[in-house]
Ligand binder design. Structure first.
Ligand code: ATP
Length: 358
């Protein structure tokens, strides 16, 4: 049965260095949950604590309502898939997948049936008698996947399972994993530093930075409503535009962008001081009359959209994407333009705390 995974105030220290700084997370049974963040933020450390390979220096890790801090790794109800596959080179594909079932002393006929089913699910039934060195990277990762879920664990842990594969295969395999997870309904905790992969595969994502959780939400929430400038910059592309905010009346706040323009918007609560507007490239558009003046530095035609790099008159460089189907002719480099955006669609942040205020 799939477990809920509840992490309360989890701390990990390596000597003087705090790798995890009191992390709180709650994963629901059957959820596909991703830990996402730049290298060194503590993703693997947390996953290894859940697996039982790392000790817990503070706080609690629970499966459902049971604290498992001190439970040995092999007694935890988990399956694990690693970046380097970690399948046994001397065993065939079928023997690799049968390994965990044998260790759990399943009857022989059941083992045969379960292995067949698992190989069928990852579509490598025809390779069952091969050894790992006779397989491609993608096929080896399918074996590792089958081996992990065939024991029907309550929690499946995956640490960057696709990062050794080439770009095209990575995209194919993430769909294989997502479909499989949906079908089996096993609570899955997935570690990656690849934001596109996290958006594509997850039910919910926790974005991490330096041992802290910066935001938890669905891919759509994280992308559309970043809670702080770190998340806005880490997920997708964001243009950050400095402004002065006068939001004494939060319902009618005025944002002034360096002598160029003045906009009004609604804030969550009263704020006065320096602000940052965060706008996605696709939220910016060319405007003949209003908006921030600048000049096209370079345009890049990318099929479904055109990417413009624009130097604003205030010195800032920004990126504007225009969908090809909505665009006229490609604008020439050097063209003087005005760039506008819908203030209600973009995010406004407190320049000091970097937290969202709109
Ligand atoms: P990556 O994406 O590069 O794998 P990560 O987010 O998974 O990064 P961790 O491997 O969890 O990061 O490491 C978090 C921090 O803890 C890093 O600064 C790392 O150097 C440090 N760290 C990890 N393991 C140890 C260890 N055994 N001893 C000392 N420091 C460690």
């Amino acid at each position: 049965m799939s477990h809920a995974v509840i992490i309360q105030q989890a701390v990990k220290k390596y000597g003087d260095f705090t790798a995890l700084n009191g992390v709180d997370l709650e994963m629901k049974p059957g959820e596909f949950f991703t830990l996402l963040g730049p290298s060194g933020c503590g993703k693997t450390t947390l996953l290894r604590m859940i697996a039982g390979f790392n000790s817990v220096d503070g706080g609690e890790i629970c499966f459902d309502d049971k604290v498992i801090n001190n439970m040995e790794a092999h007694k935890r109800d988990i399956g694990m898939v690693f970046q380097n596959y970690a399948i046994f080179p001397h065993l065939t594909v079928a023997e690799n997948v049968a390994y965990g079932l044998k260790a759990k002393k399943y009857p022989k006929d059941q083992i045969g049936r379960k292995v067949e089913e698992a190989l069928d699910l990852v579509q490598i039934k025809n390779l069952k008698d091969r050894k790992p060195n006779e397989l491609s990277g993608g096929q080896q990762q399918r074996v590792a996947l089958a081996r992990a879920f065939v024991i029907e664990p309550g929690v499946l842990l995956m640490d960057e399972p696709l990062s050794n594969l080439d770009a095209k295969l990575r995209v194919q395999m993430r769909t294989v994993i997502k479909k499989l997870q949906r079908r089996l309904g096993i609570t899955t905790i997935y570690v990656t530093h690849d934001q596109e992969e996290a958006l594509a595969i997850s039910d919910r994502i926790a974005v991490m930075k330096e041992g802290n959780i910066m935001q938890v939400g669905s891919p759509e929430e994280i992308y559309k409503k970043p809670g702080n400038t770190f998340v806005a910059g880490f997920i997708g592309v964001s243009n950050f535009i400095d402004c002065e905010v006068d939001g004494s009346n939060p319902d009618k706040a005025v944002l002034n962008i360096k002598e160029e323009c003045s906009l009004s918007c609604r804030l969550k609560s009263a704020y006065k001081g320096k602000g940052i507007i965060s706008a996605r490239p696709e939220q910016l558009f060319f405007d003949d009359k209003e908006g921030l003046p600048g000049r096209i530095v370079i345009s890049t035609f990318l099929g479904d959209f055109i990417e413009y790099e624009i130097q604003l008159n205030n010195g800032q460089t920004i990126q504007l994407n225009e969908y090809t189907k909505d665009a006229g002719n490609l604008r020439p480099d050097g063209q003087e333009v005005r760039v506008n955006f819908d203030i209600r669609a973009v995010g406004v942040y407190d320049a000091q705390t970097q937290e969202v205020i709109s």
